[in-house]
Design a protein around this ligand. Structure first.
Ligand SMILES: C[S@@+](CC[C@H](N)C(=O)[O-])C[C@H]1O[C@@H](n2cnc3c(N)ncnc32)[C@H](O)[C@@H]1O
Length: 261
């Protein structure tokens, strides 16, 4: 197996195990970032949409009332099954269908979609550039890419710290990118960058750590790691009440709207 396949197998194994937690996760299901995605995308009723790495299906579910149809896709069959149950059986939504798909090799013909969304997932992909090229391929000319993912600071030691902290909590975290890297990669993949903003999400540290099945020993290591953070890394993650039951910290995300050329 190549490293890239190893990394995808690890993602699949972990999301198979933790699928339920991602369907019920408050941070994934009900963040105001979903409202920002709608406001920035300005979807139209006739649009055909693709949600990539749908996880619990929250982005597909949010966009469904605004477009004609959404395909919710993911690498992990169990995650898709959980998303389908939630969207179709619990929410009664009719215009979402489900398809297994690797973000780096999308099983769709060229020029098919008006909108591609991908929220809080590209940091798992072994090759984010390939994923962006695939988005450009399956979007119609002038199609819209809405991307949201963890953002790294420009300061290199701080960036390495933030990425390592995320990877300790979830070994299927491959890597995140800073703003310059995202804008360069989007342009290289053939997108005109129309808009970007930072979105700050504060997490309950223990919920966040346990959603990925971490035990007390791993949680202690995460607590210790934050205490040793380089100053710019600590400033970026802004831990509060650190070491207590109510500890919180922030994830910074980038939201990007790109236009396929
Ligand atoms: C944090 S969840 C995504 C959250 C979701 N997009 C939302 O809005 O709530 C990450 C998802 O990425 C999926 N994933 C990881 N690697 C992938 C790949 N190469 N292609 C497609 N999906 C992938 C995992 O199976 C998992 O369901």
């Amino acid at each position: 197996m190549t490293n890239s396949q190893d990394s995808k197998s690890l993602s699949q194994a972990r999301y198979t195990r933790f699928a339920d937690g991602y369907v019920t996760s408050e941070t994934h299901a009900s963040g105001s970032d979903l409202d920002r995605l709608i406001a920035i995308a300005q979807p139209a009723r006739h649009w055909e949409a693709l949600d990539i790495a749908t996880g619990g299906g929250h982005t597909a579910l949010k966009f469904a009332p605004y477009v004609k149809h959404v395909i919710a896709s993911d690498l992990t069959p169990r995650m898709l099954e959980k998303a389908r149950r939630h969207i179709v059986e619990v929410k009664g939504i009719k215009n979402v269908s489900f398809q297994e798909a690797d973000a780096e090799a999308l099983p769709f013909e060229a020029d098919r979609f008006d909108l591609a969304t991908c929220r809080i997932a590209p940091h798992h992909f072994p090759d984010a550039r390939r994923f962006l090229r695939e988005c450009a391929r399956v979007l119609k000319p002038d199609g819209v890419l809405m991307l949201q993912d963890q953002l790294l600071p420009d300061d290199e030691p701080a960036a390495q710290f933030v990425d390592a902290f995320e990877r300790l909590r979830d070994p299927s975290h491959n890597r995140a990118f800073n703003e310059t890297e995202w804008t360069t990669m989007c342009a290289q993949a053939g997108f005109e960058l129309e808009y970007s903003e930072q979105y700050i999400k504060r997490h309950q540290f223990l919920h966040w750590a346990r959603r990925q099945g971490n035990d007390d020993a791993k949680i202690e290591r995460l607590v210790g790691m934050m205490r040793q953070a380089p100053p710019a890394g600590r400033e970026w993650m802004d831990p509060v009440d650190w070491g207590s039951e109510s500890a919180t910290f922030v994830n910074r995300h980038i939201i990007v709207r790109g236009r396929a050329m």
